[in-house]
Design a protein around this ligand. Structure first.
Ligand code: MN
Length: 515
């Protein structure tokens, strides 16, 4: 289709989520999906329905709630995969089944153990089956950039004949270069009959740091859908970063023939922050668009120029991506309304129960801390969305530590609504608290990482603790924040244990991977 709108196909919840350390539970996925809808993406790929029970449930929940955005599920070409995707999308107002099979020789021979003819049969059957559930079917030729281009044309023609309307050309292994990818998209458009009525889509990985450059080259060659993720998360080195492509088009209409997306760019920064706080993976400071330093002018000569006229060194404004210059937000006297408005600005739309818990935590914090910053609100929301989903909740705790006595902790844990107490000794107060919690929850999980950082500056800053625990190949991140770092540690550990319990039976440790 040669119109001038670029569709944003967001796969943060699928390709992003399948990468190490980025897994999300159902309430987290829903929170992010709401923000993606507010951001204005065209398609949300909510998961890979057959990969796990958790994926299936998440797609169903997102499809039931998010009305105006197309919701997609990934599926291999097997009938079981397609039907599972179709069922997961049952309640979507606009649904898309995204089916894929590998097409490169190396994948055919070593992974699929299929011949070329057999792959064509698979494509035909899968797309036809998918069309029984929805008119909107996307087909991806996995490892397209290492596929013989004539065979690729044959595969895509087969998909189109069976009813696919979006053709995705994934650079699954992050191997291609801008010029090569540009030529490939042009070649496909020239050789697939009816290409003017089809949407050509790109899906790039950043193994050589070229994902965004390759994506933009494909757009210039006529691709009209970008598959991407928030903050560029994804398998290995990640996917195309949504914010970079969107802002490149916005900032350089002269270079991209005025092609633009439907994205509301002022929601970019809130979305980036929301994702970071959900998965506990910070953005690198020098990351384009959303990194801490992306708009920081340190050099004196730059600062002077920017003060005289921002355009001397600034090609876009922080406001255009929704970075508020006023970091000071709320205090003790802020009410429900102000709190709710600020959360919305940050990209959080909470359910009633979640909101009540978050508001209570906010009030507690305001009693201990004079000024509440955006970062504080993010950590409050992160906890109230997740922590209370589980069986365990941290009650009171008391510790003794120092150089005089063996550190020990008495911890009260609310288990399924009932308080239980445990005392334990440890090599330090945090260790003692964790041992007491482990005894009550009977967790077998191993602690991999423990990190503390101050969320904001100032002596009354909150400490934020992040822990990573692992059991049976499942790995989860827990967060906790408090002005007392021992309490923050306890919360983070309980948060992680709750999340780990949630993943049992929902997250396949070695399920199928997508493109
Ligand atoms: Mn991918």
């Amino acid at each position: 289709m040669s119109d001038d709108r670029i569709r944003i196909f967001d796969t943060t919840l699928r390709d992003g989520e399948q990468s190490p350390g980025c897994s999300m539970n159902l309430p987290e996925k829903l929170t992010l999906a709401r923000q993606l809808a507010r951001l204005g993406v065209d398609v949300i790929e909510a998961g890979f329905a057959i990969a796990s029970e958790g994926d299936y449930e998440a797609i169903r929940a997102v499809a039931a709630e998010i009305g105006d955005t197309t919701i997609a599920s990934l599926a291999r070409t097997g009938i079981g995969d397609i039907d599972r995707a179709g069922q997961a999308l049952e309640q979507a107002r606009h649904s898309r089944i995204h089916t894929f099979i590998a097409t490169s020789e190396i994948h055919l021979e070593h992974k699929l153990k299929m011949g070329r003819e057999q792959v064509l049969e698979e494509v035909d059957a899968a797309v036809r089956r998918a069309r029984q559930f929805t008119d909107d079917v996307e087909f991806s030729a996995e490892d397209a950039t290492r596929t013989d281009s004539d065979y690729l044309v044959q595969v895509f023609r087969c998909a189109v004949d069976a009813g696919a309307t979006t053709l995705n050309v994934p650079d699954t292994v992050g191997y291609t270069t801008p010029v090569e990818y540009h030529d490939l998209i042009r070649y496909l458009r020239a050789n697939i009959p009816g290409s003017e009525d089809l949407i050509f889509s790109l899906h790039c990985h950043n193994d050589l740091g070229l994902a965004v450059a390759n994506s933009l080259a494909a757009i210039q060659a006529g691709a009209r859908q970008v598959e991407c993720t928030v903050n560029g998360i994804g398998e290995r080195a990640g996917n195309t970063a949504m914010e970079e492509v969107v802002m490149a088009l916005k900032t350089r209409p002269d270079a991209f023939e005025g092609l633009d997306t439907r994205v509301n760019t002022t929601e970019i920064y809130p979305t980036s922050r929301l994702l970071s706080s959900i998965i506990g993976v910070p953005v690198q400071p020098n990351k384009a668009i959303v990194g801490d330093n992306a708009f920081a002018h340190e050099a004196g000569i730059h600062q002077h120029g920017v003060l005289e006229n921002a355009l001397t060194y600034e090609i876009m404004t922080p406001q255009s991506i929704g970075r508020a210059s006023n970091e000071l937000v709320l205090g003790k006297h802020s009410g429900r309304h102000a709190f709710k408005d600020r959360l919305l600005e940050l990209g959080y739309e909470l359910g009633d129960d979640e909101f009540q818990r978050a508001f209570k935590q906010f009030k507690d914090l305001a009693d201990r801390k004079k000024v509440i910053y955006n970062e504080d609100l993010e950590s409050i929301v992160g906890e109230s969305v997740v922590t209370h989903e589980g069986r365990f909740r941290l009650g009171n705790l008391v510790i003794q530590s120092g150089t005089f006595a063996t550190p020990n902790a008495t911890v009260e844990l609310i288990v399924d609504g009932e308080a239980q107490k445990q005392t334990a000794q440890g090599s330090g107060p945090v260790d003692a608290v964790f041992k007491a919690i482990a005894a009550i929850t009977e967790t077998k999980a191993e602690l991999l990482t423990y990190q503390v950082k101050a969320i904001t500056g100032g002596l009354d800053a909150q400490g934020e603790v992040t822990v990573i625990i692992t059991e049976d190949n499942r790995r989860v991140i827990g967060h906790g924040a408090h002005t007392d770092i021992i309490v923050a540690s306890g919360r983070a550990y309980v948060n992680a244990i709750n999340k780990l319990e949630w993943t049992v039976g929902r997250k396949a440790a070695d399920g199928p991977r997508g493109i």
